[in-house]
Design a protein around this ligand. Structure first.
Ligand code: FE2
Ligand code: FE2
Length: 285
């Protein structure tokens, strides 16, 4: 068992080696110091034993050097692990964005739409006072809000005219489909995405879908994404409509506060409207 920590790839082996190395490099000097004082106090360090002083001191110094080298090695390994974790996180986020773009592209939405929705959600969640971790989860999961549209038939999703009542029912199912795809995950981002997928079409007055939840019974992430998604739909040009003006959008949200949207969140949107407009300009398609 080498005293110097080897750089290994296997995390379990690394952990074992580290624990043992820490124990050896910390406990050894303590034992040496204890033995040294014990010898001096009890035996008064007679001249015949002074010959041990040099080797004992040397052992102590060698232990210190080993501890120092191991510490350096731990720091280096920690930095490598952090870099791997960062890479993994970035990959996760990219996979989520790609999956979201696939779902959104089926109904003509662009990648810019989901980036704007994610940024609107981040800002609104921050303004609502959510913690840093919740804001991150919400922003990362929001692009998956329409994942369930991968289960909506093309003739309904791409129909140019108005949907029949029957077709509208099928269209509404995307909320539950998205939820079912994501709900079994134990990962926080996907759990958050499941909540968003299911609740982003609920309305404050209980007239939304799929569960017709009302007021604060609608999970907060769903209420936030509802505002962000509609804000983006109104503020950008689509094949069938021009982008609404600033005043039209503000009037719409004022009218819908307490009907479609959470009135407190709508107030925050209107109070900080120019910050949302800045996001739209930044992520213009
Ligand atoms: Fe939707
Ligand atoms: Fe959307």
């Amino acid at each position: 068992m080498p005293l110097l920590l080897p750089a290994r790839d296997n995390a379990a082996v690394q952990f074992g080696v580290r624990s043992l190395a820490i124990t050896v490099t910390i406990v050894t000097p303590l034992l040496v110091i204890f033995a040294w004082f014990n010898m001096v106090l009890r035996l008064g360090l007679p001249p015949s034993l002074q010959v041990f002083a040099g080797p004992v001191l040397m052992a102590f110094l060698v232990s210190l050097v080993i501890a120092g080298l191991n510490t350096l090695n731990f720091v280096r390994l920690h930095a490598t692990e952090q870099a791997k974790l960062r890479e993994l996180n970035e990959t996760q986020i990219e996979v989520i964005l790609t999956l979201s773009e696939v779902a959104e592209s089926r109904c003509g939405e662009t990648g810019a739409h989901i980036k704007r929705v994610a940024e609107y959600c981040r800002l609104l969640a921050q303004l609502a006072g959510l913690g840093e971790d919740e804001v991150f989860l919400l922003k990362t999961a929001a692009p998956l809000h329409d994942l369930g549209k991968i289960g909506t038939p093309d003739h309904i999703l791409l129909k140019p005219g108005k949907l029949t009542p029957e077709e509208y029912v099928v269209m509404q199912e995307h909320a539950e489909i998205g939820y079912r795809i994501l709900a079994d995950s134990t990962k926080p981002i996907l759990k958050m995405a499941a909540v968003i997928a299911r609740n982003h079409h609920e309305k404050w007055d209980g007239s939304g879908y799929p569960q017709r939840l009302r007021g604060e019974d609608i999970p907060l992430p769903g209420r936030i994404v509802a505002i962000a998604d509609v804000l983006d739909a109104l503020g950008t040009e689509r094949i069938y409509k021009k982008a609404w003006s600033r005043e039209q959008i503000r009037d719409f949200f004022q009218q819908q506060a307490g009907l479609h949207f959470d009135p407190r969140l709508t107030g925050l949107l209107l109070d900080h409207f120019e910050r949302f407009e800045a996001i739209r300009k930044q992520y213009e398609a």
